[in-house]
Design a protein around this ligand. Structure first.
Ligand SMILES: Cc1cc2nc3c(=O)[nH]c(=O)nc-3n(C[C@H](O)[C@H](O)[C@H](O)COP(=O)(O)OP(=O)(O)OC[C@H]3O[C@@H](n4cnc5c(N)ncnc54)[C@H](O)[C@@H]3O)c2cc1C
Length: 400
């Protein structure tokens, strides 16, 4: 058991929520004011919001990685590379897969999300999902492998069929990138582009449910022009090794199925005994888990209700980042005996990329589409990098 001195703040996960909490604590705390430990599976942070690009192969996965060394001051933050196995909220300890036990006075859970399969048979086993650097590296390799297999088995048109389940943000952003990559793959593998199919399947009555209908129409037009086929209002019943079976019984044979249909909180939180709704913890106004004044939950593992709509806010990097700021501020207040500040999301807007130079979005009340939305998206990425690692990180990773 690793013993930490008081006040011991333990942060699980170096994603948007966890890493922003850590870097804000690093900035706000004096040396030795608290012992802060950050645990993460990898020694890097990944820009989840960029992962559709390396998944399609339109940018290198290294670009979406930020070395934790570059943003952490190890004199203020202990970094432990390890995989969390379990959380014991009542014993105030966390176990890692390698047997290490970490005790805490305050815990911040920021372990992110997992794919929500809604009970669709075979999805877990046969579909890819865009989640981590490891997963997108595999998707990119698999896409290329399908092209090379087709060259050797030219009667297998299904190798060139790519099914993307879910036309929410991730699905739309991914099909935009994949459509951009296809011409290059066709040249590289001597394949007729007319043989390639990208089919985006959505169970809801519209793509990008909840988004402005005019922008949805624009997005679908752009993507259709790039060759994406849409099956909207079309639930998937089953995923098999050969493709998908729709609720109407039709089978679509595909060498690749990528599921982007939704997320739920990390199973470790669910198994910890903390109350969850679809794996997410309905936190109080200070982001604390119900019944635990010393456990904060940030990012996709947390659930907060939008009082205007009476529905949960969707899990986004934007909210996770803001929660990181609030959580760090409140931890500093707790250590110094100050007042806690309630968390209120400030929604600055939503932007979805449609591939090279194209995007849609809403900033404040203003609708954006085309290149102006794509520029805004790049600026919002830049802003996040600046928050994380200042101007040097922003310039290093900027995608202009
Ligand atoms: C392709 C794609 C595009 C997106 N685009 C946008 C967008 O444009 N705008 C937006 O606001 N949101 C977007 N999102 C959603 C956004 O990425 C998430 O809401 C955000 O990443 C959540 O942050 P988080 O801190 O909760 O978790 P994450 O950023 O997922 O981080 C979780 C961290 O926990 C670590 N971890 C997980 N399990 C363990 C374990 N057992 N042990 C140790 N470490 C562990 C992971 O390695 C990771 O570092 C997108 C998501 C995807 C997939």
């Amino acid at each position: 058991m690793i013993e930490l001195s008081t006040s011991r703040i333990l942060i699980l996960g170096a994603g948007y929520g966890g890493l922003v909490t850590a870097t804000r604590l690093q900035k706000g705390l004096n040396y030795n004011e608290a012992e802060v430990t950050l645990v993460n599976k990898y020694d890097y942070h990944y820009l989840t919001t960029w992962l559709h690009e390396p998944a399609a192969g339109t940018s290198h996965h290294e670009r979406a990685k930020v070395d934790l060394n570059e943003v952490l001051d190890t004199k203020k933050i202990n970094f432990v590379q390890g995989t969390v196995e379990s959380i014991e909220p009542d014993n105030k300890k966390v176990k890692l897969e390698d047997g290490t036990e970490l005790a805490f006075d305050y815990l911040v859970i920021g372990l992110g999300s997992e794919p929500e399969t809604f009970g669709i048979e075979g999805l877990k086993e046969h579909a890819f999902s865009i989640r981590t650097i490891d997963s997108v590296r595999m998707i990119k390799e698999h896409i290329e492998y399908m092209f090379s297999r087709f060259n050797n088995e030219p009667d297998r048109r299904d190798y060139l069929t790519f099914v993307v389940g879910g036309a929410g943000f991730t699905g739309i952003e991914f099909v935009g990138e994949l459509a951009d990559r296809i011409p290059e793959l066709c040249r590289e593998f001597d394949v007729d582009p007319n043989l390639v199919r990208i089919i985006n399947i959505e169970a809801a009555p519209t793509a990008l449910p909840g988004f402005d209908p005019e922008l949805v129409e624009y997005a679908m037009d752009v993507l259709k022009r790039k060759g994406v086929e849409f099956l909207i209002n079309t639930p998937i019943k089953e995923c098999t090794p050969d493709g998908v079976i729709l609720a109407n019984g039709e089978e679509i044979k595909a060498g690749t199925v990528i599921w982007t249909g939704g997320v739920r909180g990390n199973h470790i939180v669910e198994e910890s005994g903390i109350d969850v709704m679809r794996g997410r913890v309905k936190v109080d106004e200070y982001l604390r888990a119900p019944g635990y004044e010393d456990i904060f939950v940030v990012g996709d593992c947390s659930l907060i209700i939008n009082e205007e709509t009476d529905r949960p806010y969707p899990p986004t990097a934007q909210i996770a980042t803001q929660q990181g700021f609030n959580c760090a501020e409140n931890l500093i207040a707790l250590i110094r005996g100050g007042e806690l500040k309630p968390f209120k999301p400030e929604l600055k807007g939503t932007l979805a990329s449609l591939g090279r130079g194209e995007a849609i979005g809403v900033i404040g009340n203003k609708k954006l589409l085309g290149s102006s939305a794509a520029i805004m998206k790049k600026l919002s990425d830049l802003r996040y990098l600046f928050i994380l690692g200042g101007i040097s990180l922003a310039l290093k990773k900027a995608k202009f």
